[in-house]
Design a binder for this molecule. Structure first.
Ligand SMILES: [Zn+2]
Length: 308
């Protein structure tokens, strides 16, 4: 059983009218998902930066419609997850789907838009993508500024509403600003800098702060976040997991594959069905306790939302 904290299926379904059930263009479609050991999948609303500012929010709403109409409603065994109780009460034959946001540029400077997204079911909020927005600079903005005053208000709402603040993609300074203010912190899809030096990965100082903060970290399957040179296989992903564990992160660790958000793949992890062999390989390297925590239990334990 696996919980995966990040994919970009909604973007692909928004860009093109393809079948969620069976399209081969998707790394996660309903059939592949059912064949895989993934119990709960998070679906990110990611509105590309090319979309004009004045329709960013509208496109986010379109993706939420797609989430409910193409992923939740057609399948009796796929349940919409709103809170921790929903996660804990999934039946053996059921799967869970969680709505998340990647990038607060969709809300502009409007806290009502944030509150609306939370009401519609968003349960983790990535403050930025790579660009700067009204909340903070992203990791691709060379200015490197952290949280704005508006960003602080955003986090106050996320704390109040028991929603995860996601620091994957935020600027280096922004990371430390979030750690000071957010009650519930996650890095939904980030690997280890020490093993693969990439701006999207976490250095030891960041890893230690996430552990101290009782946050959550998702190891990701992006090949160029995993290893500098080809070929990249799932054994290299396991190296990142073992490094995190060595650093003391075994209670904070899980997965955020980034399926359907990447164009190149890790050998053995070309789509969601790859989790089967990957988890078998991982099981051999961890204690049973560690394996259970990392594959799903940490995510459930840390899931912040207990209210409706
Ligand atoms: Zn991303």
């Amino acid at each position: 059983m696996i919980i995966d904290a990040h994919c970009d299926v909604l973007l692909k379904l928004w860009e093109e009218d393809i079948s969620f059930k069976s399209s081969d263009k998707l790394q996660i479609n309903e059939r592949k998902w059912k064949e895989s050991p993934v119990k709960v999948q998070c679906f990110a609303i990611f509105v590309p930066p090319e979309v004009p500012d004045d329709i960013q929010f509208q496109v986010a709403l379109e993706m939420i419609t797609i989430f409910f109409e193409k992923i939740i409603q057609p399948y009796d065994d796929i349940k919409f997850i709103s809170n921790k109780q929903d996660l804990q009460t999934l039946k053996p034959n059921e799967r869970g789907a969680i709505l998340t946001l990647e990038g607060c540029q969709v809300i502009g400077r409007d806290l009502n838009k944030l509150k609306t997204l939370i009401r519609l079911g968003v349960r983790a909020v990535g403050l930025t993508w790579n660009e700067a927005n009204a909340v903070s600079d992203g990791i691709g903005e060379k200015r490197g500024a952290g949280l704005s005053s508006f960003g602080e208000q955003v986090i106050n709402i996320l704390n109040e509403e028991q929603i995860w603040t996601d620091v994957s993609h935020i600027s280096y300074q922004g990371f430390f600003d979030v750690i000071k203010r957010a009650d519930y912190v996650m890095a939904s899809h980030s690997n280890v800098s020490q093993l693969c030096d990439h701006r999207r990965n976490l250095d030891d100082k960041q890893i230690q702060l996430l552990i101290k903060k009782k946050g959550w970290i998702g190891v990701t399957f992006v090949p160029y976040f995993t290893r500098r040179k080809e070929p990249v296989s799932y054994e290299h992903v396991i190296e990142h997991i073992l490094y995190y564990v060595e650093q003391g992160a075994e209670d904070c660790l899980g997965f955020g594959s980034d399926f359907d958000g990447i164009e190149t793949y890790i050998n053995g992890l070309e789509d969601i069905t790859g989790y089967q062999e990957f988890q078998n390989a991982l099981r051999a390297q961890l204690s049973t306790d560690q394996f259970i925590k990392i594959t799903y239990q940490n995510f459930i334990n840390k899931f912040p939302r207990v209210k409706e």
